[in-house]
Design a protein around this ligand. Structure first.
Ligand code: FAD
Length: 388
C-alpha cells in the first residue's frame, strides 16, 4: 500500500548525521527574512569573491545539488537506483548571454545524454531553452514581431541547438524534458518543442513539453495538442507541473495591464493540475506523462487513476518526478510500490547553481510551502530512530 508517511523508506539513504543536517537546513530556510538576507549576502560575496563557496557547498548545495560535474553525481545516481529511483541530470547553469556560453551549455546537455545512454539509472535528459538561447530573442519571437536578419540567424542557431540535443537523445534512446518558463517566452518554447515532437515522437513519446497548470489556458492547450498529435500521427509527451513563476507573472500582468494568466487560487491550480493528469490517463494510447509535483494529493490521485484504468504501475508512459533533496517521502515510497520515479538531479559549479538554490530556498520559505512538510517528516524519522 502506498504510504507517504513511511519515513523509514523515505529517508533510507540518509545517515543520522545527514538527517540532522537536513533538519537544521530546512529550519533555516523556513525563515523568509533569513533567506532574503542570505540571497543578498551570497550575491555580494560572490561579486567580491569572498570565500563563501564552502559555506554554500556544505549547506544548501549539498542538500539540493548532486555535484559540480556529472562524475561527482555518480555515487548518488547509484544509491538512488538501489532504491529503484531513477535520475535525470539537470545542468543548472542559468542567465548566460553569449553564443559561446549557449554552445557550452548545449554541449554539456549532450554530454548528459551520452552519459545517460551508458547508465541504467538515467533514462531522461532535461534542459531549459533559456540555457541555450537569449531571453530577449525568445520574447521577441513569442510576441510575433519580425526578427532582424541578425536575430533570425541567432534564432536559427538556437533551433539548431535544440535539434542537436533532441537528435542525440533519439539516437541514444533517452527521453528529453523541455522545461516551461515565463508566459511571455513560452510560445517560442512551445513551438520548438512541438517541432521536435513531430520529428521524434512517431513511435513513442521521446520529447516532452512542460505545461504549467497554474495557467488558466493550459487545460485547453493540452486538449488542442492532443487533437494535433492525433491529426499528425505522433505521440504527445507532457510533463505537468503547477508552475514556478507565479509572483513574477502576476506582477508583470499588473504592470502591463493585461489579465492575470494564473489561476485565481491555489485550489484552482490544484484542480487544473489534477484535471490535466486525468485527461492524460484517459488518453494514454496517444500520450505519456511525467507528473512533476511534490503534492501528495496529486501523486495519490495519479496512482488512483492508474488503478481505476487498470494501467500497470510500471507502465513506461507514466513517471512521477520530484527534485533531489525534496519530497523523498513521495519518491522512495512510490518507487518501493513499483511506480516509475525520476529525480531531477541538478549539477554544476557552486556559483553557477546559485539562482537554482535561491529559488529552492525561497520556495521553502514561502507561506504554506514545502518546509513544514519536510520538517514534520524529518522530525518523525528522527523520533523513530530515537534521535529526537
Ligand atoms: C520534477 C519537477 C519539475 C519541474 N519543472 C518545472 C518547470 O519546467 N517549469 C516550472 O515553472 N516549474 C517546474 N517545477 C516547479 C513546479 O512548477 C512547482 O513550483 C513546485 O513543484 C510546487 O508545486 P507542487 O505541485 O509541488 O505542489 P504544491 O506545493 O502543492 O503547490 C505549490 C504551487 O501551487 C501554485 N500556487 C500556489 N499558490 C497559488 C495561488 N494563490 N494561486 C494560484 N496558484 C497557486 C504555484 O504553482 C505553486 O508553485 C517542477 C517541479 C518538479 C517537482
Amino acid at each position: 500500500m502506498l504510504d507517504f508517511n513511511d519515513t523509514e523508506t523515505a529517508f533510507s539513504l540518509k545517515s543520522n548525521a545527514q538527517l540532522k543536517k537536513a533538519y537544521w537546513l530546512f529550519k533555516l530556510v523556513a525563515s523568509k527574512s533569513l533567506v532574503g538576507l542570505g540571497k543578498k549576502a551570497a550575491g555580494l560575496a560572490m561579486k567580491l569573491r569572498l570565500p563563501i563557496r564552502e559555506v554554500v557547498k556544505q549547506t544548501v548545495y549539498d542538500q539540493f545539488v548532486g555535484g559540480e560535474t556529472i562524475e561527482e553525481c555518480e555515487e548518488i545516481i547509484k544509491k538512488l537506483l538501489e532504491h529503484n529511483v531513477y535520475s535525470l541530470l539537470d545542468y543548472s547553469v542559468e542567465g548566460k548571454e553569449t553564443d559561446a556560453d549557449f554552445d557550452a551549455t548545449k554541449d554539456k546537455i549532450v554530454q548528459t545524454i551520452k552519459y545517460g545512454a551508458s547508465h541504467e539509472g538515467v533514462p531522461f535528459a532535461v534542459f531549459k531553452v533559456t540555457g541555450i538561447a537569449k531571453f530577449a530573442l525568445l520574447e521577441k519571437y513569442s510576441e510575433g514581431h519580425a526578427l532582424t536578419e541578425f536575430e533570425s540567424r541567432a534564432w536559427t542557431r538556437a533551433k539548431n541547438r535544440v535539434e542537436e540535443i533532441c537528435y542525440t537523445a533519439h539516437k541514444f534512446g533517452l527521453k528529453v524534458l523541455i522545461d516551461a518558463e515565463e508566459t511571455w517566452i513560452q510560445p517560442a518554447i512551445d513551438e520548438l518543442t512541438q517541432e521536435m515532437m513531430k520529428r521524434f515522437n512517431k513511435k513513442e513519446a521521446q520529447i516532452y513539453n512542460t505545461l504549467q497548470m497554474y495557467r488558466t489556458d493550459r487545460l485547453d492547450y493540452l486538449k488542442e495538442r492532443l487533437q494535433q498529435a492525433k491529426a499528425e500521427d505522433y505521440k504527445l509527451g507532457v510533463k505537468l507541473v503547477r508552475g514556478a513563476y507565479m509572483e513574477k507573472e502576476r506582477e508583470r500582468a499588473q504592470e502591463k495591464g493585461y489579465p492575470d494568466p494564473i489561476q485565481p487560487s491555489k485550489e484552482a491550480s490544484d484542480k487544473s493540475f489534477n484535471d490535466g493528469v486525468q485527461f492524460v490517463i484517459e488518453n494514454l494510447e496517444q500520450m505519456s506523462i511525467v507528473a512533476g509535483t511534490h503534492n501528495e494529493d496529486s501523486s495519490f490521485y495519479l496512482a488512483e487513476l492508474m488503478e481505476k484504468h487498470e494501467v500497470a504501475k510500471n507502465d513506461r508512459r507514466i513517471w512521477f518526478s520530484q527534485l533531489y533533496g525534496m519530497s523523498d517521502n513521495l519518491s522512495f515510497n512510490l518507487a518501493k510500490e513499483g511506480y516509475n520515479v525520476v529525480k531531477y538531479l541538478p549539477f554544476g559549479p557552486v556559483q553557477e547553481t546559485l539562482p537554482y538554490l535561491i529559488r529552492r530556498a525561497e520556495e521553502n520559505s514561502a507561506a504554506g510551502g514545502q518546509t513544514s512538510r519536510e520538517m514534520k517528516l524529518i522530525e518523525r524519522e528522527l523520533k523513530r530512530r530515537g534521535l529526537d
